[in-house]
Design a protein around this ligand. Structure first.
Ligand SMILES: N[C@@H](CCC(=O)N[C@@H](CS)C(=O)NCC(=O)O)C(=O)O
Length: 213
């Protein structure tokens, strides 16, 4: 397997956590987002959307979109399961993951921030206000979803799964952008629990070979 990613990309981070949980180590091909390598003809031939991550399976299929990659991994390597067996709970876990992957993350994406800065000419304070607004709103919604559930070690039970895989990189992004989420106690507790798991700790951006300050 080949995986195209970037240390700071949260959708790449989701995949790295899942690789660790599933015990696979795809060949890593770094794509330097900050310098625009995702827009090169070489990468566009792999993912015409010019976004990370991308995965090439051993059968030669190219997969994009982190949630699709995570579900493919779960279907091809069923243990440990990333989704619960119960259909209603599965839908709730997917819903939680989609709050992050489909609603929060796109608003903090590099190309969106570049558009705000370079084309709309927003000053840095306005970009920071944008980030604070959408990350706080979205993560408060996640905290509200968690508050409706019994208190477990991870988001949806005592084993880590898809919801935690999406939550941890999103908390890292909040830290990176200086968005204060100290009031979100369930999220912070789950984040800390996840750091105790090797697959999560090893997937941290600082641990990646392409890490840079
Ligand atoms: N929904 C996609 C999001 C992909 C995405 O936005 N990736 C970001 C990195 S986290 C990216 O490649 N950004 C490059 C850019 O904005 O130019 C997924 O979950 O895979």
């Amino acid at each position: 397997m080949k995986y195209w990613g970037y240390f700071r990309s949260s959708s790449s981070y989701r995949c790295r956590i899942a690789f660790g949980l599933k015990g696979v180590t795809p060949e890593f091909i770094p794509v330097h987002l900050k310098s625009g390598a995702q827009k090169s003809a070489e990468f566009a031939a792999i993912n015409p959307q010019k976004l990370l991550p991308a995965l090439e399976t051993d059968a030669g299929d190219t997969l994009i979109q982190s949630l699709a990659i995570l579900e493919w991994l779960d279907e091809t390597i069923p243990e440990p399961a990333l989704l619960p067996a119960d259909p209603a709970l599965r839908a709730q876990v997917r819903g939680f993951a989609q709050v992050i992957a489909c609603e929060i993350h796109p608003l903090q994406n590099l190309r969106v921030l570049q558009y705000l800065r370079a084309e709309l000419k927003l000053p840095e304070e306005a970009v920071n206000a944008w980030l604070k607004r959408w990350l706080t709103d979205g993560l408060e919604a996640c905290e509200g979803l968690l508050a409706k559930r019994p208190e477990t070690r991870f988001a949806f039970g005592d084993e880590p799964g898809l919801a935690d895989i999406c939550l941890v990189p999103q908390v890292f992004s909040a830290q990176r952008f200086g968005v204060d989420i100290s009031h979100l106690s369930r999220i912070n507790a789950i984040y800390e629990q996840c750091q105790l798991i090797e697959a999560f700790a090893n997937a941290h951006p600082r641990k990646q070979p392409d890490w840079e300050e």
